[in-house]
Ligand binder design. Structure first.
Ligand code: SAH
Ligand code: F3S
Length: 481
């Protein structure tokens, strides 16, 4: 799920507040999607039980962990540079060990130890429970690797330690892996087959967050609409489940319903939706509950049917439009965002125009846009030539970004003059005297602090906007507060 974390947050060192102290220091950095940031909280929890505190000072770290992303080549290059930097720091801090976690660990496996020799430990996304053993191995001077992928939701029983948290919003993972096999995407190889988490364990994690005073949760999965709990096991084995298991299965619409009705004062978000798996029932659950935020991240990647097929996206442009129409009919005020890839193999100027015209139809509230990056092992890499020159990819990407800017501004302008409920999430980046939060549509709203406090629900009258931000003034608490 790359509902991608603010670029500036990438690689931020995370401070673990609550911990025991036997002197061992953990420094952990995360890159990529929200799931990685969420997984780092699981890692911190597992290692806190082994007596690790977190630190933001690399020089005093006993263990440096880098939770990595393989989605595009550039992400891997950035991380490789960081690993080289840590390797250099080791020379001045000989007790320090370095471990690589996440998707690069899974993709490159023991290559890291054998060829590159820049890390001591390689741990794939499903192997974090083995960290206590792996740390023992490296303590005893051996390299350690575990990149085994799992068939079960792996961390349902681990209570994540909330790292760098604002105490207001938190991630809760509900599925792992992905079965979709989009031809450009490395995720199915690095995160394995799709499996869902027991709804009871999801609800108990949310109960815990609620008790701690959290006000908003985001349900996370590579493909949340595909959530399906029937007693455990892989999504693809559902057909083999017993009749009773099938009859009592919980799908995503039902899960949303359960969470929203159990916690009417909690804001609920989710990410990411895949158009081919999103059913009307999910839209109905969203419409039924005020506390489910009216926002859908609905990546499409391209507006061309030929490209969609080559990417193995299992829907057409026309089906996507029908889904957009359905969303607008059932949830008229729903915000929608996109992911787009410019320059997939064989993409013509006409295919690119189809992407722009699709965008003109939807007028997304915002988007995450990339040039195509060939990933080793994917079907596209094996079967297709990466034949679009970089300057063409970049030019098309720029046209997509420019159009998105226009649409974003068109969308933000429509909020001006309205009064909207905002959850206060922190101080504005630009002004200490202003709060920032988001409305239900996920648009950032900035307003003077006055006497309002972090974590409060406030009604804000929107007076102005940029393409990305709404500017306003609080007019009182919302009924939710
Ligand atoms: N279903 C996932 C998608 C993960 S990847 C989710 O939860 O968001 C996030 C986005 O990265 C994709 O939607 C796609 O737009 C982009 N992406 C994935 N592989 C890519 C590649 N090889 N080159 C460029 N962009 C890519
Ligand atoms: Fe990747 Fe497609 Fe899954 S983009 S994460 S294979 S839905």
């Amino acid at each position: 799920m790359e509902k991608i974390i603010d670029e500036k947050k990438q690689g931020e060192a995370l401070q673990l507040e609550t911990s025991t102290n036997n002197g061992r220091q953990l420094y952990i950095e995360s890159y990529g999607c929200q799931m990685n940031f969420s997984d780092s909280e699981i890692v911190a929890s597992i290692l806190a039980n082994e007596g690790f505190n977190t630190t933001q000072n690399i020089q005093e770290a006993d263990l440096v962990l880098v939770n990595t992303c393989s989605i595009r080549e550039k992400a891997e290059q950035t991380i490789r540079k960081r690993l080289e930097k840590f390797n250099a720091v080791k020379k001045t801090n000989p007790k320090m060990k370095v471990g690589v976690l996440g998707c690069m660990a899974e993709r490159l496996k023991s290559k890291f130890l054998e060829e590159e020799r820049i890390v001591d430990m390689v741990v794939g996304p499903d192997a974090y429970k083995d960290l206590p053993n792996l740390v023992k191995e490296i303590d005893e001077g051996r390299n350690a690797v575990n990149v085994i992928l799992s068939k079960e939701e792996t961390y349902g029983d681990v209570a994540p330690v909330r790292l760098n948290s604002n105490g207001v919003s938190a991630f809760v993972s509900i599925t792992r892996g992905c079965d979709n096999m989009c031809t450009f995407c490395v995720v199915p190889f690095t995160r394995g087959r799709e499996r869902s988490r027991d709804p009871q364990s999801i609800l108990s994690e949310i109960a815990d967050l609620y008790q701690q005073g959290f006000k908003e949760i985001t349900l996370l999965g590579q493909n949340v609409d595909s959530y399906l709990w029937y007693g455990g096991g892989l999504k693809k084995d559902f057909e083999k489940a017993s009749e009773l298991q099938q009859a009592t299965a919980v799908d995503f619409a039902k899960l949303l319903d359960m969470v929203a009705s159990s916690y009417p004062n909690l804001r609920i978000r989710f990410s990411t939706s895949n158009p081919q798996d999103m059913h009307e029932s999910v839209l109905r659950s969203m419409a039924k509950h005020d506390n489910i935020c009216k926002y859908i991240h609905l990546p499409v990647q391209s507006g061309s049917n030929r490209m969609l097929q080559a990417m193995n996206r299992l829907h057409t442009r026309e089906e996507y439009f029908a889904l957009i129409d359905k969303i607008r009919e059932i949830i008229p005020d729903c915000a929608i965002s996109q992911d787009m890839i410019a320059g997939f193999p064989t993409e013509t100027e006409q295919d690119h125009q189809d992407t722009l015209s699709l965008m003109n139809y939807v007028k997304y509230d915002f988007g995450f846009m990339f040039t195509y990056s060939e990933r080793p092992g994917t079907l596209a890499e094996r079967k297709m030539e990466d034949d679009i020159p970089m300057e063409v990819k970049k030019r098309r990407l720029q046209e997509i970004i420019d159009l998105q800017m226009q649409h974003s501004h068109y969308r933000t302008k429509a909020h001006v003059g309205k009064t909207e409920e905002v959850l206060i999430e922190g101080t504005s980046k630009k002004s200490d005297t202003h709060w920032k939060g988001r409305n239900t549509q996920n648009t950032v709203v900035v307003f003077p602090k006055e006497d309002y406090k972090l974590g409060e629900f406030v009604n804000v009258k929107i007076t102005d906007c940029t393409a990305a931000t709404l500017i306003g003034e609080a007019v009182g608490y919302s009924k939710n507060n």
